[in-house]
Design a protein around this ligand. Sequence first.
Ligand code: FEO
Ligand code: CA
Ligand code: CA
Length: 632
Amino acid sequence: MSHDNHISNRSSNRPFEDIMKASLSRRNLLKRSALLSATGFMGAFVGEGLLAKGAAAATSQVTGGVGGTLLAQTSGLLGFSAVAIADAITATPEETNLAEPVISDDYQYQALIPWGTSIQPGGPEYDGNPNTRPTADQQAEQVGIGHDGIWFFGKDGTSNTEGMLCVNHEFGRNSHVLGKDAPETLNDVRLSQHAHGVTVIAIQNTNGTWDRVASPNSRRIHVNTDVEFSGPAANHPLLQNAANNTPQGTVNNCGNGYTPWGTYITCEENFNGYFGSTQGEAFVPDERQDRYGFDFDGFGYGWEQFDQRFDLSNASYANEQNRFGWIVEIDPEDASQKPVKRTALGRFKHEGFAFAIGAGGRIVGYMGDDQRFDYCYKFVSQASWRSMRARGLSPLDFGKLYVAKFNEDGTGEWLELTINNPALQSEFSDQGEVLIYARVAADILGATPMDRPEWTTVAPDGGIFWALTNNSQRTETGPGSPLAPNNDGHILRMDDGNHTGTTFTWAIPFIAEETHADGDETTFSDPDALWADPDGRLFIGTDGGQQKGLNNQLLVADPATGEIRRLFTGVADDEITGVAVTPDRRTLFTNTQHPGNGDPTITNFPASTDGVTIPRDSTIVITRKNGGIVGS
Ligand code: FEO
Ligand code: CA
Ligand code: CA
């Protein structure tokens, strides 16, 4: 989404001056090299010596990179014909953005569950009619807007043709959802609130076409759905209001995750923007509110004008703001389950959650905090996730939360956010408070400020990839951050041993700026969604201004060789969000978010072009024409 432009991190945890200088000179050295060796390319700004995995693969020429043609290798993982730039842009330079998606010749796509689709067949549908909008009550039974993180739970854990699709609804501008810039009634606010959250919807493939089907498990979870808190902060006074209102809702659901026990994880990102003050500029955020980006005007949703929960000046709801910013667990097979906010995983602008199984069967979650100069985190469960569940405990309620400190030499450390650390005891009174203000605790510990950590994914060889989407305000390079400014982002690989330790190594296999050279067909900017498939392919969804007139894209990369191919481009002014697959990986689900930014003069997707139908965020179902694994 158009992210929060604030820099909330005013801590002094800027990368160390000397480290920055050392990094910069190393980078320049690499840039001066006209021809990087294959391993050198992969190891560009590696810290030390990782990623030699592809060294034995066949070598071929690919264009791109700084200083001209790079040598890269082809492992055969990517067997499809890439969408050429020329086929993904219009011929006329004055209107370079296509209104319709473009997909590889080897693939086909179908739009599914656009905003306004009734979650049950026969319910009220919104079709993009510009003269109307759903009512708030209708929206509560329809697919929301701002499709983002997504996962498919095949029936019985195995079906490739029927199951529950969980989709996040990150955001929808008032102009798009309400058809006006500001709500005028509480009912308008309710419509906006019901358009946010999560959809859990039963879908089925019949003769190659996917559609929603009736199910008692289909449900909408939105800003007014009852939720519960668990973990160390669950009963903390900082999560209670004088109004004594029941915990409700999830908002700005960005990236996602899933667990090995079959639940869906939704991640609350820019929650601060939905709060405002009825006192206007008279409201001045305190230091902790400022660290989370709260301010009197929020992002302009205006909810605070009609819903006291979101009024930062209403003392009866003083802690409502602390109820957002969490990882939320949802059972896709039980519509009666209350979504659970797992406080052990800390409160920050959660982008996503990617798990690994660590030593002793413990579940480890890697999580980005997406803001300029914010941090990378991991959570490690206390014991084997199987044994904890057998004892009736959630593995996400007991464990340790760490934040990453990157060193210039390609190593790093995990710093535990624990009240047992004397450095945190002057600021916090208990572990719950540490978790509620995880950003503040991470500042104190000296975490390394990053270039907007977006999605994380764990590759089959155990490596963890982090999308660092961009940071135009970075003025000096640092460990993990090779460019200043970093306008187009990079992808960092971390190797974290058995996932439960406190040291790691890191490398940077992809720098978006290095794909921009003339003649480079693989150009991309602003990596955001990431998903590593079991063969080692890395799917990359972008969110930002792409080069050469391209719309946002879904690319597939082979990190072992550096090879990248363009699978799909979206529609004008959209963002490509989320990656999910059926168990056999013959079907992939991604999303076009905010197509045309809601403007029907730009695109009418998924309706055909008519200039008036309101474009609607949609899931995009991608299949290979020959029925092969998506990405192959
Ligand atoms: Fe919602 Fe950071 O993307
Ligand atoms: Ca994102
Ligand atoms: Ca983004």
